[in-house]
Design a protein around this ligand. Sequence first.
Ligand SMILES: *Cc1c(COP(=O)(O)O)cnc(C)c1O
Length: 488
Amino acid sequence: MITYKDLIFEISRPGRIGCSLPESDVEAVDLSKKLPAHLIRDEAPELPEVSELQLVRHYTALSNKNHGVDNGFYPLGSCTMKYNPKINEDVARLDGFSRIHPYQPEATVQGALQLLHELQEDLAVITGMDAVTLQPSAGAQGEWTGLMMVKAYHEQKGEKRRKVLVPDSAHGTNPASATVAGFRTVTIPSNENGLVDVEELKKHVDDDTAALMLTNPNTLGLFEKDIVEIAKVIHEAGGLLYYDGANANAILGKTTPGKMGFDIVHLNLHKTFTTPHGGGGPGAGPVGVNKKLIPFLPVPRIEKKNDLFVLNVNEPLSIGRVKGYYGNFGILVRAYTYIRTMGPSGLRQVSESAVLHANYLRKKLEPYFLSPYEQVSKHEFVLSGSKQKKLGVRTLDMAKRLLDFGYHPPTIYFPLNVEECLMIEPTETETKETLDAFADVMIQIAQEVEENPDIVLNAPHTTVIGRLDEVKAARQPMVRYEKETVQT
Ligand SMILES: *Cc1c(COP(=O)(O)O)cnc(C)c1O
């Protein structure tokens, strides 16, 4: 095992060097003549001095400590950590896509614009919407973009609607985006079946209602069966229906938000459409709208005019730009590659397998963990650790114990309306053997809770760092290397 003693500062030796630079061919600059005195260091920074091989080993060791979908199962519900095919990377690296500049004249980047235009059209078909913008760089930014269009739509009609309805099972970004867009949010409680309580919803719908934001299947993995009635209630009151499609893994090729009656949809390409996800890397949250909202879409719009692809900035009702240039282009290339390699029948198969995997795993685990809802699951499912909590072991402890077996834990304590929630999304890209092995470990942990709870309460045991003081880590984070404070 690698300890801090092996880390880069400890193995540093004065004068050791990992690269050879050519002799400088410009004159040395006397910094004291160029910079104000207070900006000049008195001493050289204390950087580690190591050989190239030591440096390679250091970064390789760090990368091995990371858990990613390329080195293990990652059933993080709602976040969709499915495999990202490597062909996406090959295509994104093609010179014609990677060595272009956003300020190039349109005529010289017709291929790139064609790809964006075709991706817009594909996503419109997938969502059942009439037009799509690719600009937003995350799901949350897509939500905000959609809500700014909701606002512009009502204001154009001379109405100042201020209320956005959000079910209690919604992702936290929904109320956050609505608030940032200037709305007031009202929480709609779920019923005992985990679905929107339609009677309760009706009580809150009025002529101040700008929109309802809904995830369907919702974050409990359950399909909102009353969606047609819900859409009618909202539309009759003059409101709009917003679809949180961050995770669209259950509906590809099966149905569309358009068919369900939604007016606006955002998708997370970094969840459903296999672009890299996590580590704060670039994402993409395209937004689709139906006809009545097209005038409000962000500019520039990518359009086709007389066989040429052009950037149209001339839309008087547009909410404007929401992102520099045209979105995270490299990510859009990857999602396009995925959609085109799968084709319509491949995408339908994705949803069928995602749903099958979720229900298979749910059935294997139901004898051991409380399963709060009867309705069949879609691409993900929730369990409750409330049986285990009665024995003094929390869902958090079981999540930590999973680390000992090399699994990334599922999402925990979300959605908020399930006690001690575990939210599991196996994804379509895993094999039956992986699902079986994970189920075996979960069952073993449930047995440990009954027979040897300490092993769960003190987990993880095999990771480089054990159980952290999470409050202290959040309140007093130590993000800088300090030799004296590192335990060896
Ligand atoms: C992930 C997620 C979001 C937010 O997407 P980001 O890209 O993280 O901003 C919104 N809603 C749901 C249901 C999600 O799973």
